[in-house]
Design a protein around this ligand. Structure first.
Ligand SMILES: Cc1cc2nc3c(=O)[nH]c(=O)nc-3n(C[C@H](O)[C@H](O)[C@H](O)COP(=O)(O)OP(=O)(O)OC[C@H]3O[C@@H](n4cnc5c(N)ncnc54)[C@H](O)[C@@H]3O)c2cc1C
Ligand code: FES
Length: 258
């Protein structure tokens, strides 16, 4: 797969809530095909203490206009610095990296469960699912309404359900306690991305219901393209590199202690 390694220019930055940023970057070159679930390794410039690139899912792309966008939740030095970027700033990216979500040919209705920064891979997936006439239910979870983002965007592609721990938006509680899981579970597939305990809980429900489930792991990474082995996850076929064989895995393949 063709990779881009190039400086990109910030053309737009939007922060709906403090610490959460949507950043659009102009590419100097043609953008190769990006599949839902692919990520980029972003170089955090002018920050000597953050010398390793940081991985971020590709949120959206426009091939003709040659822009690519990301969602960044500021949690440490690197992501905070990315959030401080301004229009006109230069950012070096390597992409597309990793594998992508699979869409079974017979899928008619799917559930997408996301929490925290786990929203990022699902706009591109939603677009692909819509092209294939697959019905989608999005379930977004967060600690409070401040962490529930992109709902109007997701609503273009399907039904949006919400769950907050403080009850400020949608139902109150953990995402896996949503009433959706108590009724008829007629999904052909569940996709999930977010904090690992959430994904494990979602995977457990899907497995119990006999429904296939794909999870996108967010292990910490160094190189991002399969060399350093710092991102491995144990699977039933040995250790696999999340940056290279992943980040998307069928949960039955993972050796999660669920
Ligand atoms: C494939 C992939 C896709 C990702 N996509 C997105 C995205 O679209 N948007 C987004 O906001 N974030 C995403 N992340 C997470 C993002 O890469 C990290 O938040 C970022 O690297 C943290 O860098 P930092 O320098 O800000 O924090 P650091 O200073 O490196 O770390 C700050 C704290 O966060 C912890 N931490 C760092 N990375 C992770 C991680 N991956 N998981 C859990 N804890 C971590 C550290 O242990 C430390 O306690 C993704 C991660 C992966 C692997
Ligand atoms: S981050 Fe280096 S092998 Fe995955």
């Amino acid at each position: 797969m063709t990779k881009v390694i190039a400086d990109h220019i910030v053309i737009n930055k939007f922060s709906p809530v403090e610490g959460h940023y949507f950043i659009k970057l102009q590419s100097p070159v043609e953008i190769p095909t990006i599949n839902p679930g692919n990520f980029a390794e972003i170089l955090v410039d002018s920050t000597p203490e953050v010398f390793l690139r940081r991985p971020f899912s590709i949120l959206d792309v426009h091939y003709k206009k040659k822009w690519i966008s990301f969602y960044v939740k500021a949690i440490g030095q690197g992501s905070k610095r990315l959030g401080d970027l301004n229009k006109g700033d230069k950012v070096n990216l390597i992409y597309p990296l990793g594998n992508s979500y699979g869409i079974p040919v017979n899928a008619k209705k799917v559930l997408i469960v996301m929490g925290g920064s786990g929203i990022a891979p699902f706009i591109l997936l939603a677009k692909e699912l819509m092209k294939k006439n697959v019905k989608v239910v999005f379930l977004l979870g967060g600690r409070s309404s401040k962490e529930i983002l992109l709902t109007s965007e997701f609503s273009k592609y399907g039904e949006v359900l919400m769950m907050t721990e403080d009850g400020s938006l949608g139902e109150k509680g953990l995402v896996t306690e949503h009433s959706l899981f108590k009724g008829t579970f007629d999904f052909d597939l569940v996709y999930t991305c977010g904090p690992e305990p959430m994904m494990k809980a979602v995977a457990e429900i899907a497995v119990k219901r006999g429904t296939a489930c794909q999870a996108s792991l967010e292990n910490m990474m160094a190189c991002g393209f399969g060399i350093c082995l710092c991102c491995v996850t144990p699977t039933h076929e040995g250790n696999k590199r999340v940056c290279y064989e992943g980040p998307v895995f069928d949960v039955n393949y993972l050796k999660w202690q669920t």
